[in-house]
Design a protein around this ligand. Structure first.
Ligand code: NDP
Length: 405
């Protein structure tokens, strides 16, 4: 029986809103507030059309989430228990500030990133720990799939399978086809910034930096395919090695097709991925923002998307019985199924469902506790139950090493 505000109305917000509509005993009133309100109106119209039996009441509003006073007014007017932030990482801190000022809980799916520096880390948001604790409020950071479910998978490894995790490999395969020459599956600006940055992984207490896409190997993704996968830096590595100090090496792998890499190389080579603004006809424009305006919106890829995603976590170490062990926890999701269910592609779906689940586990008290938390710090069991129930069934494989040293 809770009122929530969803901020943002992109690909991920569409899924969060529709999963809240399905889960209407928890989410009774939902306000979708965003910059371009027509996008929120479209989501609500689709809910009315495709989910006429939902008892959840949806409304929409315009908000500039970079502006704290605007957010404070929006929150005070609506009176929610929590805010689900699925706008962009640039807005994390302003929304956290507004939550503190108005006394509501907070959840997001990506860690804070300043707009003018291609850098993301948890330090900015971890610095809110005392303020959230003092106010008796909870902030749950990075509760999408990766980050998010991947940390719950790691917590599950630690709780149910391992005395000590030594080697952790997070693997993310999108074996789908959207039929476009080049497009990104979530916000293009954030996606391209992530991939064109140097790679980084953790080994023996240190971060090892690589060139972008320098390290690769063929990885078998169960039920999906064997795909060339590349090491890149991903934010959950930072919190996982902090919270599981027995980890000796932690890496994140993602698949990219040849055509994708070729397009990216060309765009980078001619400066189109730069975040440095240039003068264009009297205006300051960052090339990557212009590129975003040219590329297909992630949500527009949904219709006709075929194939599957497979995201999982392989852990190696000492099992509960004291013997060496390797274990893999993963989910496979079909793009077309996502479209049929909530008019979304798989990448938005696999992010939006864990966000709804995280919010539910906060609101129903399972996870609720004051302070700033990463997903691996919370009990993975209710999260696993909810993933199985709400569309992202979890599979496990033991004693098969999918990612090699
Ligand atoms: P989109 O670009 O599709 O949507 C972002 C939405 O935020 C848009 O509706 C946009 O408005 C809105 N927005 C942007 N700036 C503001 C602002 N200042 N005020 C109000 N609204 C604003 O992105 P996605 O839906 O693909 O991604 C959403 C989030 O999810 C991102 O933070 C992304 O990094 C994260 N993500 C996390 C994943 C995970 O597994 N953890 C995986 C994929 C994404 P407008 O429509 O006007 O542009």
């Amino acid at each position: 029986m809770s009122k929530v505000i969803i901020i943002g109305a992109g690909g991920v917000a569409n899924v969060v809103a529709k999963k809240c509509a399905q889960n209407d005993s928890v989410f009774t009133e939902v306000l979708i507030a965003t910059r371009t309100v027509a996008k929120a109106d479209k989501i609500v119209a689709e809910i009315k059309e495709h989910m006429p039996d939902s008892r959840a009441v949806f409304t929409t509003a315009t908000v500039d989430a970079d502006n704290v006073p605007e957010l404070v007014k929006l929150i005070n007017d609506f009176g929610p228990k929590m805010v689900i932030n699925v706008a962009l990482p640039y807005q994390d801190l302003t929304i956290m500030d507004a939550c503190l000022e108005t006394g509501v809980h907070y959840l997001d799916t990506a860690n804070y990133e300043p707009k003018d520096v291609a850098k993301f880390e948890y330090s900015w948001q971890w610095a809110y720990q005392d303020r959230f604790k003092e106010k008796g409020l909870m902030a749950l950071l990075g509760c999408g799939f990766d980050p998010g479910a991947t940390q719950a998978f790691t917590a599950h490894h630690a709780k149910h399978h391992f005395q000590e995790i030594h080697y952790l490999d997070i693997v993310d395969c999108n074996n789908g086809n959207h039929g476009k020459a080049f497009a990104t599956n979530f916000n293009p600006e954030i996606n391209i910034r992530e991939i064109t940055a140097n790679g980084r992984y953790y080994e023996n207490g240190e971060w090892v930096e690589t060139q972008p896409l320098e390290i690769s190997q063929d990885i078998y993704y169960p039920k999906v395919a064997t795909r060339k996968s590349f090491v890149l830096y991903h934010e959950e590595l930072e919190s996982l090695v902090k919270h599981f100090p027995t980890i000796k090496r932690a890496r994140f792998w993602m698949t990219f097709g040849e055509a994708y890499i070729k397009h990216l190389n060309v765009l980078e080579g001619i400066g189109m991925t730069s975040i440095e603004p240039i003068d264009f006809r009297g205006m300051k424009v960052a090339p990557i923002e212009f590129l975003k305006a040219v590329l297909p919106a992630p949500e527009s890829l949904a219709a006709g998307y075929s194939g599957q995603t497979c995201i999982g976590v392989q852990a190696k170490g000492i099992g509960k019985d004291g013997q060496p062990k390797v274990h893999f926890v993963y989910n496979v999701k079909d793009h077309a199924d996502c479209y049929r269910e909530v008019q979304a592609q798989g990448v938005s779906y696999t992010t939006g469902v864990p966000a709804m689940i995280g919010a539910m586990l906060m609101l129903n008290g399972n996870w609720m506790q004051p302070g700033v938390w990463n997903v691996e710090q919370l009990d993975p069991d209710p999260f696993f139950d909810a993933m199985n129930k709400w569309g992202l069934p979890i599979n496990e494989l033991t004693d098969i090493e999918l990612v090699k040293d």
